[in-house]
Design a protein around this ligand. Structure first.
Ligand code: URA
Length: 433
């Protein structure tokens, strides 16, 4: 087989066979196919797309490029969640303990942040002592004893995705529905869960800018999951602002704990986390109607069992569980700086991507994979979409290293203004089953 022929076929809009796709993925991962040939095929896929059969074959080949987690020793339907990413998205920290407290095992592999996006692993790493790279045995023990496990991928999950994602990142080929589908679903299938709830973000700061694109991606991932016998459901959620008040690692732990304590219950972050958790309970067989699932979610907040599950997860994996009740034990910033409005108006949108990049500049995120984070720094977002703002109202509090002098104008520029009132639309745009 010649890689040239695969590139040529796809350039003309033809379909590749499962054998050809397996040949490419294996060669890309083991280095026997040159990066420039893989890059050319990636670009051809971006333009020409893939059939459902090709996307399935790509997902399988990527899943099988590495190890697979065997969760069969843990009883029950294991339910995972994946979000296509948003600044301030800490739903895993909230819904994982809720779902586990309802009796459904929740195994989750998470990534580290890069660029404007934060990573769940970095957020958990801000809890002193917490081990965020578990061995398979530790992961299974956590899942068995607390019903919640979160770790950077153990073993060698989907190494072909690492290789191809790095190439996509530098060749402007990330935004392709079959490539995103195979990348996400190969890792989720290798992670071993029986069921998956997807949160597909839609909006100016997301991969998918329109509802139509988000729907196509959601349907593509649901089709691949179903073809592999997974119970799977997707929510399409609006992204026109950062999620919640916190951007930055320790700050996001604080906000998550506050929600588990029952605070900010009406916030979009809380509502979204509760709904995703309820969907996970439905897939996990812990409820038969959405209403029943939502009631169970609320019970774990009221009786404290969700927060207690998080404490147990942290303590079991070497972390300082007292930090969840005493935030002064979490990493702290050097100073706090207020950014105030330089004009009056109504907030139409808040550019989460730009704020994510500003948080990265503060030290909360990575410019380069090897950067060391300052886990205590970040941004508190006071501004909200739809809000009427007067000149000099507080928009953001920046938690920075001592002596840092952030550019206030750059923060003010993240707000998109409107002269008249705005009625914010629902965060939930569609569900795909
Ligand atoms: N997240 C992934 O893991 N892969 C993609 O391709 C896009 C988002």
């Amino acid at each position: 087989m010649r890689m040239y022929d695969l590139i040529y076929t796809k350039k003309l809009g033809g379909a590749l066979t499962p054998g050809q796709i397996a040949f490419w993925v294996k060669g890309a991962a083991d280095g026997t196919i040159a990066d420039e040939q893989s890059a050319a095929l990636l670009m051809a896929i971006c333009w020409r797309g893939m059939t459902t059969e090709e996307t399935l074959a790509l997902t399988l080949a990527m899943r099988d490029s590495g190890t697979r987690m065997d969760l069969s020793s843990v009883p029950g339907i294991k339910v995972d969640k994946h979000s296509t990413g948003g600044v301030g998205d800490k739903t895993t920290l909230i819904l994982g303990p809720i779902v586990a407290a309802c009796g459904v095992p929740c195994p989750m592999f998470s990534g580290r942040g890069l660029g404007h996006t934060g990573g769940t692993i970095d957020k958990f790493a801000s809890i002193p002592g917490l081990k965020v790279e578990l061995t398979d045995a530790e992961f299974l023990r956590s899942l068995r004893e607390t019903r919640f496990a979160n770790s950077a991928p153990t073993g060698d999950i989907a190494p072909a995705d690492k290789k191809l994602y790095a190439l996509r990142d530098v060749t402007a080929t990330v935004e392709s529905i079959p490539l995103i589908t195979a990348s996400i679903m190969s890792k989720k299938l290798a992670g071993g869960a029986d069921a998956l709830v997807l949160d597909v973000k839609c909006g100016p700061g997301a991969f998918m800018k329109t509802l139509e694109e988000a729907r196509t991606l959601a349907e593509s991932m649901v089709a691949v999951g179903k073809a592999h016998g997974m119970r799977i459901r997707a929510l399409i959620t609006r992204m026109d602002a950062p999620l919640g008040w916190a951007i930055g690692n320790a700050l996001e732990v604080m906000e998550s704990v506050e929600i588990l304590r029952g605070e900010h219950a009406d916030s979009e972050l809380a509502q979204m986390s509760f709904r995703l958790a309820a969907e996970m309970l439905l897939l996990g067989g812990a409820a038969t109607t959405l209403e029943e699932a939502e009631t169970k979610v609320q019970t774990t907040l009221r009786d404290g069992s969700a927060l207690e599950t998080l404490r147990r997860f942290v303590a079991l994996n070497g972390g300082d569980a007292k930090a969840l009740d005493d935030f002064s034990r979490l990493p702290q910033p050097g100073q706090a700086i207020e950014v105030r409005a330089d004009r009056a108006g109504y907030i139409q949108a808040i550019d989460g991507r730009a704020l994510g990049l500003l948080a990265m500049e503060l030290g909360a995120g990575r410019k380069d994979r090897n950067d060391v984070l300052d886990l205590g720094v970040g941004i508190r977002v006071h501004a909200a979409v739809g809000q009427e703002v007067k000149e000099d109202d507080l928009l953001f509090t920046l938690f920075t290293k001592a002596g840092a002098q952030p550019d206030h104008a750059a923060y003010q520029a993240t707000i998109q203004w409107n002269e008249g009132t705005i009625s914010p639309s629902s965060w939930l745009l569609a569900t795909i089953a």
